[in-house]
Design a protein around this ligand. Structure first.
Ligand SMILES: Cc1cc2nc3c(=O)[nH]c(=O)nc-3n(C[C@H](O)[C@H](O)[C@H](O)COP(=O)(O)OP(=O)(O)OC[C@H]3O[C@@H](n4cnc5c(N)ncnc54)[C@H](O)[C@@H]3O)c2cc1C
Length: 343
């Protein structure tokens, strides 16, 4: 007999897809819909640096074969943006004016790049790297043996930098207090970590805040970055890596409790009935920290998807992280972040 429960998973990333997979296993007959603002099937964003190694077909990044969704009886709605949530009527409003009813909702909308307010005017001169399409644009914009300027240098940027350097390009990291985000580095340890970056082949630029960015002329590098101390660097692309902010804009009128992310219990439940949250979008209550906090990285995000799926199908499991969050300097003097590990 088909179950009448409609599970709606909002977000086509690791948390949402793993949750849908587990819900299907635990409730074979329910209705499951995954909603994604993006155009592509679920693919591995951690592998996107491989565009620099010549991997230029998006299908090569797919986590599941295209027939997976049909075989699992999961409806995937792509290019579908949710603009509002009404917990009273248990409906989502979609940008194209449709409303969708859910019985149980998982919000797994992830995060997007944080851009400091002083740089917002220059966004059009920067390249992001958050999906396949823009990753290909970056790869096309960087000339042979060219230069990438990374502003900030969070773990996602530093991960990408490793591949860019290995493929014969130069990376300049303009330091900021968000360098190494989300790792928190004690001031006394900073020099050791910066030394490790240099050992990895990155060029360090420690000249304070960016003043503005300009487009270069057609003969030279396409971008010039000017700093408040009067210094300047040039490169083919400028990429902001200042960490992530949760994607919660569509929740403004929902009454869902938020600080920076969606506040959830260790069971990943919001204060609203039938709504859970998982992945980069949520802050989980930690009795140890006596605060709501974010947990990043593939293993944490996947585990959140699993815990949410169990609880949406009748359990009361609590999320517990098993990830050691320390940024390591290896015996070879290189950096290793636990957030770079995935399987
Ligand atoms: C190139 C790259 C490298 C990375 N490397 C690392 C790394 O080394 N270590 C690390 O910890 N993290 C890394 N990350 C970050 C990592 O991808 C995220 O932490 C992880 O994907 C979060 O998963 P998630 O399921 O929470 O959300 P996401 O994967 O961000 O998925 C969010 C989903 O929600 C959808 N969505 C958002 N808003 C709406 C809306 N209003 N309507 C409909 N759909 C919506 C989006 O379309 C997307 O499908 C990297 C990211 C990138 C892009």
């Amino acid at each position: 007999m088909p179950s009448s429960t409609h599970h709606v998973v909002l977000g086509n990333g690791i948390a949402g897809n793993h949750a849908a997979d587990v819900i299907r296993k635990r409730d074979p007959n329910s209705r499951i819909t995954i909603i994604s603002a993006g155009a592509l099937l679920f693919y591995n964003r951690y592998d996107l640096p491989d565009v620099f190694r010549g991997r230029h077909q998006w299908v090569d990044y797919l986590v599941h074969p295209p027939e997976y969704y049909e075989s699992q009886n999961i409806t995937l709605r792509r290019k579908t943006r949710v603009v509002e949530l009404d917990p009273q009527t248990q409906t989502l409003s979609l940008a194209h004016r449709e409303t969708l009813h859910y019985d149980k909702l998982l919000i797994a909308t992830g995060g997007h790049a944080y851009i400091p307010a002083r740089l917002l005017d220059d966004v059009g001169l920067m390249h992001s790297f958050h999906n396949f399409r823009v990753a290909m644009q970056v790869q096309n914009a960087v000339r042979k043996n060219g230069t990438v300027i990374m502003l900030g240098g969070d773990v996602m940027g530093l991960d990408l930098a490793r591949t860019i350097i290995a493929t014969g390009h130069r990376v300049i990291v303009a330091l900021d207090n968000r360098t190494f985000w989300p790792h928190e580095i004690a001031q006394s340890e900073r020099a050791r970590y910066l030394q490790a970056l240099e050992s990895m082949g990155l060029d360090i630029w420690d000249h304070g805040k960016v003043d503005h960015i300009e487009a270069g002329n057609s003969k030279g590098p396409a971008r010039q970055v000017f700093f408040e101390d009067g210094s300047e660097i040039r490169g083919d692309v400028v990429m902001p890596f200042f960490g992530l902010v949760p994607t919660v804009d569509f929740l403004a009128t929902s009454g869902i409790d938020m600080e920076r992310g969606i506040l959830v219990s260790p069971q990943l439940q919001t204060a609203r009935d039938n709504i859970w949250a998982a992945g980069d979008v949520c802050q989980i209550w930690s009795a140890t920290s006596n605060a709501y906090r974010f947990y990043y990285g593939y293993r944490n995000v996947k585990m959140m998807g699993e815990v949410a799926a169990y609880n949406m199908t009748g359990e009361q499991s609590a999320f517990e992280s098993t990830v050691d969050e320390a940024l390591e300097v290896t015996s070879k003097g290189l950096l290793h972040s636990p957030f770079w590990e995935y399987d």
